[in-house]
Write a protein that binds this ligand. Sequence first.
Ligand code: NDP
Length: 453
Amino acid sequence: MTQYDYDLFVIGAGSGGVRAARMASEHGVRVAIAEQRFLGGTCVNVGCVPKKLFVYAARFRDEFDAAAGFGWTLGQATFNWSTLIANKNREIERLHTVYNSHLQKSGVKVITGRATVLDAHTVSIDGNEYSAERILIATGGWPFVPDIPGKQHIVTSNDLFFLKQLPERIIIVGGGYIAVEFAGILHGLGVHTTLCHRGDSLLGGFDEDIGAFLAEEMTKKGIGILFNTDIEAIEKAGACLAVRCIDGSQLNTDLVMYATGRVPNSSGFGLEQLGVELDKEQAIKVNGDYQTNVPSIYALGDVTNRMNLTPVAIAEGIALVKKLYSNQAHQTEAIDYETVPTAVFSQPAIGSVGLTESEARDKHPDIDIYLTRFTPMKNTLSGLDEQTLMKMIVVRGTDRVVGLHMAGTDAPEIIQGMAVAIRAGATKAVFDSTIGIHPTAAEEFVTLREAAP
Ligand code: NDP
């Protein structure tokens, strides 16, 4: 008979925590999961899911504009933000029910409340103590906002999902995933949108051509982009906000949103007292088996700040449970973080897998770059001038395709399929001998003939 109440106590019911809890329970392990807010974590409540619903809402603007070229006459389109929010909230509530029922069916004990880790085997919630052989921290992250005068006027993506009404104008600060996604959403919904980024290109970490192309397309749509712009202070100025930049310039707006990265949720619940090691960004340090320096404490997902993506957290949850509780632990393949595909639901959308051009040049002496930029077929009649960019990076000696990047309609859907080929080690010759599907944009990836000079 075990001395513990549970074999595994998971703190945080987001994507990674829920997957680990359910899967462990299905292996016959006694599991509890604690959540202080809502089931589903960032992705379901203030991330991927509501964001994608907002992107759909925003895309209608272009669809309405495009319709006339195909013979449609539409009346005056109007948009109601409250309807979108109410429908989105209803869908999220449905997902809470689904998550709860999946956890119950798997036999996981769900405990609502803020957990504190008392020692290496004990968790406390609302005065109740639970002992566990192992504790898994899957507490995710939280938006980071720099400390500037007027910080109290700033909203983050967390707030945007629940705004009572849309502003007329917004300034979005940052040049990463969230900044460009929300710039596309808000512009599409009719908000006068300006992006302020301290750097000189969008989407650091992505292929350089993709960032430059996105900036061009966003600008064409009417989104203002101010590069090399850092904000010093924000002040209330009557009904609006005055944003003072470091170069002395001033911008007036109705709302300021910061999308300047996220910090791991690693403090304030006992880890410091226990001596769990954090890195300088406050991420929990783990070894290859998701184990912290306190052997009974594990961590995965955004709180470890490695690759902050839902499917990565889920994969980590699966890998951990296989390692700890499956009798095939020795066969468990480590996650390959190098070929994780990713998407940005900007407008146009982006999909990417493998190395960027500069990463490939650092790693391989000789590479070939295939690049195509074209007007998608739909836009021959739509009157829209959004273009598509596709890029393939090939190692000359081995012919291996090591990077694929796309910006354009359906890029995330297309790159998901292409990622399988990259994982399988496809060469350029394999791409070339694959028959295209016509007429699609995706077929361009199998008809790239001329490497860039
Ligand atoms: P990112 O790390 O993608 O981007 C942060 C941006 O903020 C960068 O442009 C950065 O500039 C800038 N920045 C950082 N600190 C400051 C500061 N003090 N002042 C001004 N600018 C600053 O973070 P996000 O918040 O956009 O997203 C967080 C994470 O969430 C992403 O990295 C991603 O992992 C995940 N995510 C994934 C999505 C998806 O899969 N589609 C969607 C949304 C989020 P600089 O480059 O100069 O450092």
